[in-house]
Design a protein around this ligand. Structure first.
Ligand SMILES: Nc1nc2c(ncn2[C@@H]2O[C@H](COP(=O)(O)OP(=O)(O)OP(=O)(O)O)[C@@H](O)[C@H]2O)c(=O)[nH]1
Ligand SMILES: [Mg+2]
Length: 364
């Protein structure tokens, strides 16, 4: 029996099994088995290493991929955001390759990737969907584009992404698993575990070939998340849901939709500036301006870093050896307690800060 067939059988069994206290354990193990087999399926076999032209070199400060059904307006949107010229048309599967564009916004160069439309079932290999979805794994943000008349497809698209190991808007579970040589499975936790009992944890670990291990839970997680940790190939990415073609509906209709989205009309150019801001914000980019010791900060070309970046990150971006030669830094802006505060390498910066690095020799 092939792996796909096995997965199908297990999924049918899972669907058949009624969910209750008595079947909980069985269901947990079924889920773990399915996830393990799906991982095997995702690992490229030697003959299918070529991914068929969807690979694009990452460039700029961050990469955003467009995922959506055919004809929702992905290419029209790329063109509206960047001035690129991706082919658009009123029929499905107009775009057949990965078409890159660059969005320049607030000093950031953001790479946007327009992709062919996916169909539901793509993660299982329908169409060239799996290759399309795989591009999302390497992105920094997944932009899900919906047609205003097909809003209900949103959870299905998220499922497709989940099917190739992409977890949207989730944090990696706080669990540490360390293999041991003997002693069985040892479980401890710093929080109360309510979603799995010991037997379940051990059963799932065994399913992944772990019979001796020490597991520490720092978070109350369920079966799916534990399986994610064991599978180990998950990508945790932020997402942004965008609704296109809003020129065709009323405001009341938009208000009735039960999820958050950015509304645009790619064709008419509506909501494009708001979308640029939303992309920038979801990428959690921050702008840092460097300043020489004597002289003014360069306010034209900010250095783009991620939220949480420190003075050390600035040093590393400027020069390989700078962190070693670092004496202190002066900071102006939101992260500084007062203007020109003297700080160390570990100081966390905020959007718009001005930083002056002082080296050991006393020069800037
Ligand atoms: N009314 C309206 N039509 C739009 C809008 N944006 C795109 N369209 C139309 O929708 C159709 C499909 O647009 P594309 O940009 O080619 O869609 P796509 O998602 O790239 O399609 P594939 O590449 O086939 O997956 C075209 O006929 C566009 O003119 C919009 O904001 N409003
Ligand atoms: Mg297209």
């Amino acid at each position: 029996m092939g792996i796909e067939e096995k997965i199908r059988q297990l999924e049918e069994e899972l669907a058949r099994t009624q969910k209750n206290k008595a079947t909980e354990y069985h269901i947990g193990l079924l889920k773990a088995k399915i996830a393990r087999l799906k991982r095997e399926l995702l690992t490229p076999r030697k003959s299918s290493v070529r991914t068929g032209g969807f690979e694009v070199k990452k460039s700029g400060d961050a990469t955003v991929v467009f995922i959506g059904l055919p004809s929702v307006g992905k290419s029209t949107l790329l063109n509206a955001l960047t001035g690129a010229k991706s082919k658009t048309a009123a029929y499905a599967f107009t775009t057949l390759n990965c078409v890159p564009g660059v969005l320049e916004h607030k000093g950031a160069k953001i790479q946007l990737l327009d992709l062919p439309g996916i169909i539901i079932g793509a993660a299982e290999g329908r169409g060239r969907g799996r290759e399309v979805l795989a591009v999302a794994r390497n992105a920094d943000l997944v932009l899900i584009l919906l047609d205003v008349f097909q809003p209900t497809v949103l959870p299905k698209i998220k499922e497709e992404l989940a099917g190739i190991g992409v977890r949207l808007d989730e944090k990696p579970p706080k669990v540490s698993i360390v293999k041991k040589l003997r002693g069985g499975v040892e479980i401890s936790s710093t929080v109360k575990l309510t979603k799995m009992d010991e037997r379940m944890v051990v059963g799932i670990l065994n399913e992944y070939g772990l019979h001796n291990a020490s597991v520490v839970f720092h978070e109350d997680i369920g079966v799916d998340q534990l399986v994610d940790v064991l599978a180990g190939n998950r990508r945790y990415l932020p997402s942004l849901t965008v609704l296109n073609k809003v020129d065709m509906v009323s405001e009341d209709y938009l208000k009735s939709l039960p999820f958050d989205f950015v509304a645009v009309s790619a064709e008419r150019g509506w909501g494009i500036e708001e979308l640029k801001d939303a992309i920038f914000q979801r990428l959690r980019l921050i702008r840092i301006y460097t300043k020489p010791r004597m002289g003014e900060a360069d306010l034209k070309e900010p250095m783009m870093l991620r939220e949480g970046a420190t003075v050390e990150d600035v040093c590393n971006r400027l020069h390989r050896d700078l962190a070693r030669e670092f004496r202190y830094a002066l900071v102006w802006g939101k992260s500084a307690k007062f203007e020109g505060q003297k700080v160390g390498l570990e100081h966390r910066l905020e959007d718009g800060d001005v930083v002056c690095i002082v080296k050991k020799q006393g020069r800037e």
